[in-house]
Design a protein around this ligand. Sequence first.
Ligand code: GLP
Length: 242
Amino acid sequence: MSPEILRYETKTELYLNLIHRLSAEIEALQAAPRSPVLALPTGNTMVPFYELVTQHAKQLKVSTWHCFQLDEYYPLDPKFEEKSFRTYLNHHFYSKVKTPPALRESLNGETSDPGVECANYEKKISDAGGIDIAILGIGTNGHIAFNEPGSPFDSKTRLIELHPETLASNFKNGAPIPKALTVGIGTLLQAKKIWVLALSNSKAKAVKRAIHEPMNVDIPASALQSHSNVTWFLDSEAASLL
Ligand code: GLP
């Protein structure tokens, strides 16, 4: 199924259009008798996105959102709390808005039982009525959330070993945390809409492979080809190999 591919000359234009579109979607979802359910990513790409979300919090009705963090490092020692994605979302989003989303879910990287934690997360997503919009970044190796190459396309939320390329890019300083809890590819494919953001030359190859290579587990984001409502938000560098 062909995805919608949006290309932007400037990064500013990309983020502003994303917010504009999100605002329209939230408006439409307000009609449903439940909170808009969003899966939220972390990463450097998303920092300007959350800056705009906090600036436009009222218009975006963020207090009504039901948020699901996509992934978390594991095992997370409380000493390294600052590395956690829960801290990232608090820092860049939740703590910055006057009325944060009332419903904020995160995977607990300190759990002693990852299997139970992940099964509970799946249940929470399904009890919420499923994900309305999954907003994703992409790793240079094509990972989505923390679904590394080799992840089955029907995978559910689970514990995963991080790829050496991911460890090298995410832990430039300090000891790497080797594993993560992540929503699965199968979980993401059940979202009603999937939006992927990719900016800069470093993502161009992964974007090209995800969109143009036959679907294969070596490039996890290629799984999105099987979903009927995917939008790619690309800057000119990330789109340069398409
Ligand atoms: C991280 C996250 C992903 C994110 C990706 C890209 O490790 N698990 O959810 O999309 O890698 O991150 P960045 O935007 O910093 O390139």
